[in-house]
Design a protein around this ligand. Sequence first.
Ligand SMILES: NC(=O)C1=CN([C@@H]2O[C@H](COP(=O)(O)OP(=O)(O)OC[C@H]3O[C@@H](n4cnc5c(N)ncnc54)[C@H](O)[C@@H]3O)[C@@H](O)[C@H]2O)C=CC1
Ligand SMILES: CC(C)CC(=O)C(=O)O
Ligand SMILES: [Mg+2]
Length: 368
Amino acid sequence: MSVKEIVVLPGDGIGPEVTKEALNILETVCKRHGHQLKTKSYAFGGASIDQFGRPLTQETIDACKDASAVLLGAVGGEQWNNEPKDKRPEAALLGIRKELDLYANLRPIKTYDSLIHASPLKPEIVSGVDIMIVRELTGGIYFGRPRLIEKTETGERGVDTKVYTTEEIERVTHTAFETAAKRNRRVTSVDKSNVLDASRLWRQVVIESASQWPEIELNHMLVDNCAMQLVRDPSQFDVILTGNMFGDILSDEASMITGSIGMLPSASIGKEYAMYEPVHGSAPDIAGQNKANPLATIASVALMCRHSLDMPDAAQEIEEAIETTLQDGFRTGDIASGDPDEYLVSTTEMGSAVLKHLNPDLQPGTFL
Ligand SMILES: NC(=O)C1=CN([C@@H]2O[C@H](COP(=O)(O)OP(=O)(O)OC[C@H]3O[C@@H](n4cnc5c(N)ncnc54)[C@H](O)[C@@H]3O)[C@@H](O)[C@H]2O)C=CC1
Ligand SMILES: CC(C)CC(=O)C(=O)O
Ligand SMILES: [Mg+2]
């Protein structure tokens, strides 16, 4: 038996609601596979501002570095929007990614057959889609300096800076190609090299690095075209490799191929540490109402089992349990299509429905 020590950063809004469901699942699979799960939660983002006056504390950073893996919910909310930029909840998220050097964010976009009608796109467009977005996570315009708003003679001027170095591009390219080698061996690198110098360097370094993987097909696409192609013909993509902001935007867009942003998990990986986080934010519009879809966070725990906890069987079991739960017809509001065979369920009910497939001791219908 081994002990799996997990740090949990529930964060704000729906963050605590979805992490709670995911932890129930993690605890169950750990037990099932003879491991002991130890978790410790830390206030993070807005919750940390309220408790400690800052979004991310040194104690939290140290705890994350000592853990086998980190599970994050989401941060942010209207009440903290007027804080100075380094005191906003989002600064905790950018801060922990940087502190742990989590430079590659893997965002799988895979359609479930039973959710084909939940997507606003036509069934023949979304059927069979299986994309992995590899997003650079610790560089680019979210981190570049200078970054400021300053007075001018006529008003004000806001500045952000997009910076990428050779090393930053090389290491995330490595992740993308290694990922593609285990999939369908195609990488589409997405940039804006017709306008931006940082993107011109991006393309050049990707081309140079690609020579290490002659068996992998590489093509390049400008980001505006990619946004369009994701809706026109998403099946053309295998691995999409892109920078921080482009990856952020394209993955929210791509989530609708699956039916909802509430379905997309992610793994943020570095050389030493890893953090698992749903792609969505704190969803203040549904927070505290037991309405959020917990499947993105539950699927993130599956990624954690595979990549950090050496529990690949558990990962597969969780993924199969999600699939079966959807086949059974359970739907939170975001993925409901109004079909009479569906059961509209809450966050906790969805979590229990998945759990039921992993824990034979639970009676069918326990939560209903
Ligand atoms: N990783 C993180 O912590 C992120 C934090 N944010 C923060 O979250 C706050 C809200 O941002 P938004 O732009 O509204 O993005 P959001 O992703 O929180 O919500 C966008 C829309 O999707 C819905 N949604 C999101 N997750 C859902 C789920 N699990 N189940 C069902 N519906 C779901 C929401 O109800 C909302 O209508 C902001 O403060 C933002 O900065 C935004 C994105 C990522
Ligand atoms: C603070 C933002 C960069 C969070 C976000 O939208 C994301 O990482 O997807
Ligand atoms: Mg985002």
